[in-house]
Design a protein around this ligand. Structure first.
Ligand SMILES: Cc1cc2nc3c(=O)[nH]c(=O)nc-3n(C[C@H](O)[C@H](O)[C@H](O)COP(=O)(O)OP(=O)(O)OC[C@H]3O[C@@H](n4cnc5c(N)ncnc54)[C@H](O)[C@@H]3O)c2cc1C
Length: 406
């Protein structure tokens, strides 16, 4: 284990940065400091699904019970339906061992649970990273508030517009999907009392609508994907009128139950959907990337945060094997080698799921689309939900340590 006096800076106090701080402290035993640009930790008022693959990590970190208490476990598997509500297929919602089941989380609650597991003194708010200098063995960081700081190593968990990513020589162009989502939450009391406590997706006419329960079932999350060129001309998100969202799903090809859900929405905002091509590297010397900074993906497989949580465990496992700060670059190279391929598959898979939900391109053949969704359900359970990030990293570590360095 690398000595406790080893100091690691994490840029970004989002779900990725906070989980990395917990994993690095508990698994690798290192000292971390999180720098967050905002004046307080927070998240948008919407939902996120914590999937079985991330729950396995949170369980190993001792955080899962608190996440489960704050969230909502559905009553059963979710459903993909056509626009009129006809069943297309059931959705994967648990791992093969049936140990972990999807949890719907209100994002601000997930941030508070994670933040409460990190020592408050290690979170430095109001620190926007401006520049990174890789000097000798460590890094020097310049912040926009004029402060500077030096660390043995740096982790960029600073999201899609990452500054740290530039310091490792990666400059991916954001790719706009052609779609925006309307997002928000609905008070469960505004829905019919028998509204199913499961995840539901309606798909049709180049758009889709998803909802699932959150916050001990008191809220429902909704995400409605529609084509739009709005983000090409201006900002990537903003407030929206509920009437605008309702108009997108108003024709007589949509299930009347969906109209009932939309009637219950009081507030919404829109969000442009962007990703980028997989990076060619995630680390350089004592600097590494994690979460959206490394692999922004479209939300259609609900894996962005879940992958950041997997990253955190893998990173901590490789760092645990570093004996001195001089070993950190090798730990980061190993982490990169193990993580890049998995997340690249999910980046492309998320695009493909979007094409399927919105019946674009080759999925104009709906019978083929529906068959693919059924295959996708089984793949999702075995390849995504059953993945054990800690086990995979530990097995890779054993292999790496057996392989003599030339
Ligand atoms: C509609 C939608 C639905 C989604 N649903 C799911 C889902 O169900 N499941 C799932 O797993 N994922 C989902 N995602 C993806 C998920 O939201 C992201 O993958 C996740 O938020 C990424 O976390 P992160 O910590 O890597 O980055 P971010 O959440 O972007 O956090 C980055 C942090 O870094 C800070 N920061 C940025 N620059 C600097 C700087 N220069 N200096 C200091 N601080 C800085 C920011 O303020 C922020 O706090 C969804 C995304 C969308 C758009």
């Amino acid at each position: 284990m690398v000595s406790q006096s080893t100091s690691i800076a994490i840029i970004g106090g989002g779900m990725g940065g906070l989980t990395a701080a917990i994993a690095l402290t508990r698994i690798a035993g290192v000292e971390v400091t999180i720098f967050e640009q905002a004046s307080r930790l927070g998240e948008v008022g919407a939902g996120v699904t914590v999937a079985p693959n991330a729950q396995r990590v949170l369980d190993a970190l001792g955080v899962l019970d608190r996440v489960r208490e704050a969230g909502a476990v559905p009553d059963g598997h979710g459903v993909y339906q056509n626009s009129m509500g006809g069943l297309v297929t059931d959705a994967a919602w648990e791992d093969s061992a049936r140990q972990y089941r999807n949890i719907g989380m209100y994002r601000p609650d997930l941030i508070s649970v994670l933040a409460s597991e990190v020592a408050p003194a290690t979170i430095r708010l109001g620190h926007r990273l401006a520049a990174v200098h890789h000097s000798g063995a460590g890094v020097r960081l310049d912040f926009e508030n004029g402060e500077t700081a030096e660390f043995d190593a740096l982790i960029g968990a600073d999201g899609i517009h990452s500054v740290v990513r530039r310091a490792i020589g990666q400059f991916p162009e954001p790719v706009y999907s052609g779609y925006i989502v309307y997002r928000g939450v609905v008070d469960a009391a505004r829905l019919p009392a028998d509204w199913p406590m499961i995840s539901q997706v309606w798909m049709g006419d180049e758009r889709h609508f998803m909802c699932y329960p959150l916050k001990q079932r008191k809220l429902f999350n909704f995400v409605a994907g529609v084509p739009s060129d709005r983000p090409l001309a201006g900002p990537w998100s903003g407030p929206a009128e509920v009437s605008e969202l309702a108009a997108e799903f108003s024709s007589d090809i949509w299930d009347p139950r969906l109209a009932r859900f939309i009637d219950a929405i009081e507030e919404t905002f829109w969000w442009g959907l962007f990703d980028h091509e997989p990076l060619t590297n995630w680390s350089r010397g004592p600097i590494a990337l994690l979460g959206d900074a490394a692999h922004t993906m479209l939300p259609h497989q609900g894996q962005g945060v879940n992958q950041a949580i997997e990253d955190s465990m893998a990173l901590a496992t490789f760092l645990r094997a570093a004996k001195t700060p001089a070993d950190i670059p090798e730990a980061f190279r190993r982490y990169t080698a193990v993580r890049m391929q998995r997340t690249a598959i999910l980046q492309h898979g998320s695009r493909r799921s979007g094409w399927m939900f919105d019946a674009q391109h080759e999925f104009a053949d709906l019978a083929k689309r529906d068959a693919d969704l059924r295959v996708g359900r089984d793949f999702r359970r075995s390849a995504v939900f059953d993945y054990d990030a800690q086990k995979v990293a530990e097995q890779a570590l054993t292999r790496f340590e057996r392989t003599p360095v030339a």
